[in-house]
Design a protein around this ligand. Sequence first.
Ligand code: UD1
Length: 374
Amino acid sequence: MHVLHVVGARPNFVKAAPVMRALAAHSGVRQTLVHTGQHYDEAMSGAFFQQLEMPTPDCNLEVGSGTHAQQTAGVMLALEPVVLERKPDLVLVYGDVNSTVAAALVCAKLCVRVGHVEAGLRSRDRTMPEEINRLLTDQLSDLLFTPSADADENLLHEGIDAAKIHLVGNVMIDTLVRLLPRAEECFPSGHPSLYVLVTLHRPSNVDDLSWLRELLLTLADLSAQLHVIFPVHPRTRQRLDGLISMSNSNSRLRLLEPLPYIPFLALQSRAALVITDSGGIQEETTFLGIPCLTVRENTERPITITQGTNQLVGRDLQRLRAAASEVLSRDLRSGKEKEKGKEKVTSHVPPLWDGHAAERIAQIIVRDRGHGGS
Ligand code: UD1
């Protein structure tokens, strides 16, 4: 059986790595890895491949950056001949980025089976490009691998055949479980022991410069209380350049280049608080039991709120300030209780976020072999 994986952007690498590893454990499965080139910087791509111990891609489509239409069309045009030539039995796509929907569309038109890893998540906000990608990719897929029960409900509600849906758990957590021991061993040097970790890259936060300026001022205020560490995504860096020079960041608000997987996980696992707009980080903080404030009006990962450590603060800086103060003062209190051995557990890791989601996916794929030929 021949499985072709399509990855393009940073979170895809974290999701595909455990699936490739799990499939490699099954005899008779041949794998091909295609990188669309949506993310191309060393810090956004190469360093991830190395730390996740992923094989060098068999093929790089080198689509790079562009408008949504340019990027999506670029992947489609470049991927079609690869699929025609390599003739996979199944193409696996990951998450919700432009590369994901483009690959699913190419394969569905060529009548090649598509498996979507991280299916069924919905923010119900169609102004997010990722929501469009999620809706379309799920409609086009033959195997839908979901991380949580709410995702199954979303798919059933959209009329997707229950037989295609497989609740397998969270593959991003597989990678975290595997690499957390390594991250704990090598905490990056030169950082304070008590800090808030920040990531922001969504268009809704970084494309509106006056909002981004207000957000930065709020982080600068917070840094009077506690160090703030902010590894800056390239999209955000371009916008920040007009507002603040990276080198001029004050010593308690540290703007860094994007970090590879392991040092970022190390920083996440010891943070007093994480402020983010990323989807994956909402999940990782829930698993790690680290308080997370999400600067968005909605989330496609509601389980991180109902069961985890996540709180939506929306586009409301008063709420962000109040929630940060609340978490930090609670943290100091619980720190004292921890010392006395009375720490309260307030978050629960969702079912099947256990480090074995990719193995379940591999078993289902191998069982499905009959549909895909060979
Ligand atoms: C993409 C995904 C988003 C995901 C994020 C993770 C879509 C619609 N969005 O957003 O869901 O959370 O990746 O990082 O697919 N750039 C570089 N170097 C790179 C990559 C990008 O400089 O290696 C710059 C380019 O100027 C580019 C901008 O960052 O225009 C944005 O990159 P793009 O791939 O369009 O989207 P992301 O914001 O990274």
